[in-house]
Design a protein around this ligand. Structure first.
Ligand SMILES: Nc1ncnc2c1ncn2[C@@H]1O[C@H](COP(=O)(O)OP(=O)(O)OP(=O)(O)O)[C@@H](O)[C@H]1O
Ligand SMILES: [Mg+2]
Length: 248
């Protein structure tokens, strides 16, 4: 089973939107897919119409005292299951801090899923914490949405360096541009320059689009509720790149 996490220290940059769309596309490709919503805000769980509730809470789960397969919920998308969020995940850092081998904990939770799924997607909360470090350790790839600006690119470089230096078996870190406004010259320039110059920036960029915002109303990924939209096309291109990088 491959593990992909959508991650950025910043909030509201398109992590959850990417996670749910990529999860839907992977499932449509026939990969047995599970999405783990790690954010106590539970946006991905809400989008898939699942109740944000984990019996026993986050503490028992990361301490290995809950059978993770009991927590899985089906979604409206065939081949896609959800490991829901829980409000107790807000204390996950404290839980990990008190645990031994703390950066291994997320990986341990995922271990029993490996025989049931081809791909796990982890939708991370916006922060850098023990939770993220444990996610970096478990992931094969980190997918990092960037809103085009010079500053976000610097932040991405800091993250890449951190992951490379501090994680024992580091994931491949791949950025993609998110909420790109084609009317803004700065956006066009930054996207064009970086996606051609750097191989850790995906060629596919997600445009700013109403269809993505409407996911919360439709309660479905954009690739499901508006499959012909430009945003859906961009997510398909992004997924194709991610899939080939993962070699699955
Ligand atoms: N390409 C896009 N075009 C327009 N709106 C978008 C786009 N991507 C995301 N949004 C909107 O921006 C908001 C934040 O997106 P999303 O929830 O995906 O980000 P996030 O990084 O997961 O946020 P958080 O850090 O709060 O978890 C949402 O309201 C979403 O609908
Ligand atoms: Mg989110």
């Amino acid at each position: 089973m491959k593990v992909v996490a959508t991650y950025n220290i910043k909030g509201g940059v398109g992590k959850t939107s990417a996670a749910v769309n990529i999860a839907a596309l992977a499932a449509a490709d026939g990969l047995r897919t599970v999405l783990w919503d790690l954010d106590p805000q539970a946006a991905a769980t809400f989008l898939f119409r699942v109740r944000a509730k984990v019996r026993g809470g986050g503490r028992k789960l990361v301490r290995g005292r809950t059978d993770v397969t009991d927590l899985l919920r089906g979604t409206d998308i065939e081949g896609l299951d959800l490991l829901p969020a829980d409000f107790s995940y807000r204390h996950m850092d404290l839980v990990l801090d008190g645990a031994g081998r703390r950066t291994r904990r997320m990986g341990r939770v995922l271990d029993p899923l490996a025989e049931h799924y081809d791909l796990a997607i982890l939708d991370c909360p916006p922060s850098i914490s023990l939770v993220s470090e444990s996610v970096f350790d478990a992931a094969d790839a980190l997918l990092v949405p960037l809103i085009p600006s010079t500053l976000t690119v610097r932040t991405f470089e800091q993250l890449s360096a951190f992951v490379e230096d501090e994680v024992e078996d580091p994931p491949e870190v791949v950025a993609f541009f998110s909420m790109v406004d084609g009317r803004k010259r700065l956006h066009r320039e930054v996207v064009e320059r970086l996606s051609t110059d750097r191989d850790d920036v995906a060629a596919a960029a997600i445009p700013a689009a109403t269809e993505v915002e409407l996911m919360g109303v439709e309660r479905a990924p954009v690739v499901v509720h508006a499959p012909r939209s430009r945003a859906a096309r961009a997510y398909r291109a992004l997924w194709a790149e991610v899939r080939s990088r993962l070699g699955i």
